[in-house]
Design a protein around this ligand. Structure first.
Ligand code: 2IT
Length: 449
C-alpha cells in the first residue's frame, strides 16, 4: 500500500479509536484509492487525505421533547457537513437509538463519494439523532421533528445543506421537518429538504429511487456476465423503504424476492414478493415500525423462521443486503461463499465488515459496493432539488429515465476507473476511485483549506 495512504489510515485509527464505523469506512475507501495516490504525489504535498477524512463541520445539539403524558426526554441530534467541494452538503437523517458520532461520520464520509458518483453537484453530509421512533405516537414524532429542526434550521438551506430521509425518517418526518423550517424562516425554500410529499414539492419516484436504482445497477452487472434479470430469485435483508423498492422493480421485470429477513427472523416465499397486495403489506409493516415478519408468513402462507438468518441458502441467484451497516461479518461471509450463489450486491450503507469483504473478494463471487448501488436514492434527491429550483414538476417517466441513465453511468465510470488502474473487474475499487478523483480534483482546484 502507498506509504502516505497507510500513514493517514493509521493516524485515523489512533485518533478515532472510539469511532469504529468511521475508521472502518476510512480504511475501506483509502486502501482502495492507493494506486491513484501512487501516481499523484502532489496529493501528499497538500495533505489531501487528512483533509478529506475530517468533516468540514459537525453539529451536535440537544433535542428536548415532551411525550403524550407530559414526560420530558432529552436526545442528541447531529448534522455532519462532511465535504462541500462539489455542491451543497447532501445526505439523509437517521433517527435510531444507536446513532452516535461514529455512525454519522461514517455515513457522511461514504455519502461524499457516493454523491460524487451520481455526476450531480452535491457534496456529502449526514445527520440524525439517537431518538428511537419505535412505539412513539404520531404527535410525539411531530414534536421531536419540530424540535430537531428548531435546533438545526440556521445551519441548512437549499444552497447550503439539504437533508433527506434515512432509517427512521420517511415522508411523514420530512413533512414535519419541512413545516417547521418554513414556519421558522418564513420563506418558501422548497429545496431545503428532499423526500417531500408530492403536494409540496416532492419528486415522483423518490420513494422508489434507491431500490429501483439498485436493480438498474444489478441489471448492468448481469449484462456484463451475459446474464439477464428475468426469472432471477433474490434474497434481501430488511423490509424498509430500500428493500420495498427492490421488490417492486424486480416484480416489474419478471424476477422476484424469495427470501426476506428482519432483525430476528426470515421468511421464505417461493412465489416471491411480487403482488401489489404483498408489496403494500410490506409498506404497512414498515409504517408501523414492525420488526417481525410472522404476520406476513401467516397471511401469505409461507415459511417463517424465528431467530435465524438465511445466509448460506443456495436456492437464490443474488444476495442483496438492504438492512443496515455491518450485517455481514466473517461468519455470514463464509456461508455466502459456501452457498455457491454468484452475485453479492450491497445495497444498505456499508453492510459488510472489511474482513468479510476480503473473504468474499477471494471467492468467485461478483461483488458490487453499496456506495454505487444505492446512489440512485440521493441521485433522485438531487433531481428533486432541480425541480424545486425551476419550480416545475417532472413526469414519472422523465425521473425514472434519468435515474436509469444515472445508474448506467455510475456502473460504467466505476468499471472504467478500475480498468484505468489495472484492477480489472473490481467494482468496489472502481467506485471508490471514480468518486475520489472527482472530490480530490475539486478540492485541489479550490485551494488549501
Ligand atoms: O444514504 C443515502 O444515500 C440516503 N439516505 C439518501 C440521502 C438523500 O439525500 O437523499
Amino acid at each position: 500500500m502507498n506509504r502516505y495512504v497507510e500513514e493517514v489510515i493509521n493516524g485515523a485509527k489512533a485518533k478515532y479509536a472510539n469511532q469504529p464505523e468511521f475508521v472502518q469506512s476510512v480504511e475501506e475507501v483509502l486502501s482502495s484509492i492507493s494506486p491513484v495516490v501512487d501516481v499523484h504525489p502532489e496529493f501528499e504535498k497538500v495533505d489531501l487525505l487528512n483533509r478529506m477524512i475530517e468533516p468540514e463541520r459537525l453539529f451536535k445539539f440537544r433535542v428536548v421533547w415532551t411525550d403524550d403524558q407530559g414526560g420530558v426526554h432529552t436526545n442528541v441530534g447531529y448534522r455532519c457537513q462532511f465535504n462541500g467541494a462539489i455542491g451543497p452538503y447532501k445526505g439523509g437523517l437517521r433517527f435510531q437509538k444507536n446513532v452516535n458520532e461514529s455512525i454519522i461520520k461514517f455515513l457522511g464520509f461514504e455519502q461524499t463519494f457516493k454523491n460524487a458518483l451520481t455526476g450531480l453537484p452535491i457534496g456529502g453530509g449526514k445527520g440524525g439523532a439517537d431518538f428511537d421512533p419505535v412505539g412513539k405516537s404520531d404527535a410525539e414524532i411531530m414534536r421531536f421533528c419540530q424540535n430537531y429542526m428548531t435546533a438545526l434550521y440556521r445551519y441548512i438551506g437549499p444552497d447550503v445543506d439539504v437533508p433527506a430521509g434515512d432509517m427512521g425518517v420517511g415522508g411523514r418526518e420530512i413533512g414535519y421537518l419541512f413545516g417547521q423550517y418554513r414556519r421558522l424562516k418564513g420563506v418558501w425554500e422548497n429545496g431545503v429538504l428532499t423526500g417531500k410529499g408530492l403536494s409540496y414539492g416532492g419528486s415522483l419516484i423518490r420513494p422508489e429511487a434507491t431500490g429501483y436504482g439498485a436493480i438498474f445497477y444489478l441489471n448492468e452487472v448481469l449484462k456484463h456476465q451475459g446474464d439477464t434479470i428475468r426469472g432471477k430469485r433474490i434474497a434481501v435483508t430488511g423490509f424498509g423503504n430500500v428493500a420495498w423498492g427492490v421488490m417492486k422493480k424486480l416484480a416489474q421485470l419478471g424476477a422476484k424476492v424469495t427470501y426476506v429477513s428482519g432483525p430476528n427472523c426470515y421468511i421464505h416465499d417461493e412465489e416471491g414478493v411480487t403482488t401489489d397486495e404483498k408489496l403494500n403489506f410490506i409498506l404497512d409493516l414498515r409504517k408501523r415500525n414492525e420488526i417481525d415478519l410472522k404476520s406476513y408468513a401467516d397471511k401469505f402462507h409461507c415459511e417463517y423462521h424465528a431467530n435465524e438468518k438465511f445466509w448460506g441458502t443456495s436456492d437464490v441467484d443474488v444476495y442483496m443486503p438492504c438492512a443496515t451497516q455491518n450485517e455481514v461479518g466473517i461468519e455470514e461471509a463464509k456461508k455466502i461463499v459456501d452457498s455457491g450463489v454468484k452475485y453479492y450486491i450491497e445495497v444498505s450503507n456499508m453492510p459488510t465488515t472489511n474482513d468479510a469483504i476480503e473473504l468474499l473478494r477471494k471467492s468467485q463471487l461478483i461483488i458490487a459496493p453499496s456506495k454505487a448501488v444505492n446512489a440512485g436514492g440521493v441521485g433522485v434527491s438531487a433531481l428533486e432539488m432541480s425541480q424545486n429550483s425551476e419550480r416545475l414538476v417532472w413526469t414519472e417517466e422523465e425521473v425514472e429515465q434519468r435515474l436509469q441513465n444515472m445508474m448506467v453511468n455510475i456502473y460504467r465510470s466505476s468499471l472504467e476507473a478500475a480498468q484505468k488502474y489495472g484492477l480489472g473487474y473490481d467494482l468496489i475499487a472502481g467506485a471508490n476511485i471514480a468518486g475520489f478523483i472527482k472530490v480530490a480534483t475539486a478540492m485541489c482546484e479550490q485551494g488549501i483549506f
